[in-house]
Design a binder for this molecule. Structure first.
Ligand code: MG
Length: 369
């Protein structure tokens, strides 16, 4: 087969309420807002992609919907889905920013090609190295008692990785929560924390020294994104591994981070990098620099989670788990036809063609805005 030409495309915007507001320092979240891209190929198959922007982190739904519907449409209609990288490079040249829209385009191309050829996305991007990845839940409810109940409930369902969002209130509140969680669950769970850029460079190291007592897997993005010197100084001073999230969006930033010894781990997110291929490039830079990588996510539906799950299935160095918990434990509903595959505390990567689960058109309509 030489061609799978794209004959039509549709762009939808959706909003799904969440179960409890989450505080993340950089902003509170009460809905999951997505731009859904549908591509039709002359093979008779449909490919689905998702852009899930967050204004304080990556961008807006309005900008990403317009990016796909207006600016990238002329490139997409008539394009050959089998020449994916060529199309993505053209998209990157013709439109700056809107990485989430480019991630949605790549996702839909992979889904369309996979369904046409009978291959999973994991097979199209290099082949899976593992069938499942442990899932990490983010503890971020400002009402901590509700989070303690939720942790106990998730523990019962097999979840053992928990990430506490810190720095959105005060340091004493963070210490109290870590103490309570360790008191209740001891070493039976693995804990990590994420400041979402919430600390000031002037006292970050002093604050983080207190946190080293809690046997944390990692401390994520303590200081603001562009304060690279502070991140490097913290990584040098603190024994607990430091993870860069907001400071490493794309391969170019990963290279700068590697040169500066900015962090011990980079968080990979298809929405930050503009898709799976660029996330794999970041992972390659990290691998060469002796830096770890982690499967992060934004506020996404199960569709973007599937892309992330295929990504982490294909990366050799993933060993800290992944975050694809939203449709299972956080959102009130999802856009997929079947439940997102989290079982016994792990994401099980689908083997069916394309992303592996289709969009439910009734739900697309129900949550459309
Ligand atoms: Mg983060």
């Amino acid at each position: 087969m030489q061609h799978i030409n794209i004959t039509d495309m549709h762009v939808y915007t959706t909003r799904i309420p969440v179960q409890a507001t989450h505080s993340h320092g950089s902003g509170d979240v009460s809905t999951i807002n997505s731009v859904i891209l549908e591509l039709t190929g002359d093979s008779g198959h449909t490919g689905w992609g998702e852009a899930s922007p967050w204004p304080v982190f990556t961008g807006t739904t309005e900008a990403n919907a317009a990016a796909l519907d207006k600016h990238l449409r002329p490139l997409i209609i008539g394009a050959n889905a089998l020449r994916r990288e060529e199309l993505l490079v053209r998209a990157e040249k013709e439109l700056v920013h809107c990485n989430e829209a480019k991630a949605a385009l790549e996702m839909a191309l992979l889904d369309l090609v996979g369904k046409t050829l009978g291959l999973s996305v994991g097979q199209l991007i290099g082949g899976r190295q593992r069938d499942s990845v442990p899932v990490s839940f983010s503890v971020a409810n400002p009402v901590f008692e509700e989070d303690m109940e939720l942790i106990a409930h998730l523990y019962g369902s097999g979840v053992r990785l928990f990430k506490l969002k810190t720095g959105f209130h005060d340091h004493k509140f963070d210490l109290m929560r870590l103490e309570k969680i360790r008191e209740t669950h001891g070493d039976s769970i693995k804990l990590r924390i994420d400041y979402n850029q919430g600390l000031k460079a002037t006292d970050a190291i002093r604050t983080l020294r207190d946190m080293e007592a809690f046997d944390l897997c990692f401390i994520e993005q303590p200081t603001p994104r562009h304060n690279l010197e502070a991140m490097a100084a913290i990584s040098h001073a603190i024994d607990t591994p430091i993870m860069a999230d907001e400071s490493v969006f794309d391969p170019r930033e990963a290279l700068i981070a590697a040169k500066m010894n900015l962090a011990d781990i980079y968080s990979l997110k298809v929405m930050k990098s503009g898709g799976i291929a660029r996330a794999q490039e970041i992972a390659a830079i990290a691998g060469a620099a002796g830096v770890g990588v982690y499967g992060g996510c934004m506020f996404e539906t199960g569709l973007a989670h599937l892309a992330g799950a295929h990504l982490v299935s294909a990366i050799p160095e993933i060993d800290l788990g992944c975050e694809f918990y939203m449709p299972s434990f956080y959102a009130t509903d999802d856009l997929l036809c079947e439940p997102f595959p989290v079982r016994n505390g792990a994401v099980h990567i689908p083997e069916t063609p394309g992303l592996g689960i289709d969009i439910d058109r009734d739900k697309l309509q129900k949550y459309g805005i």
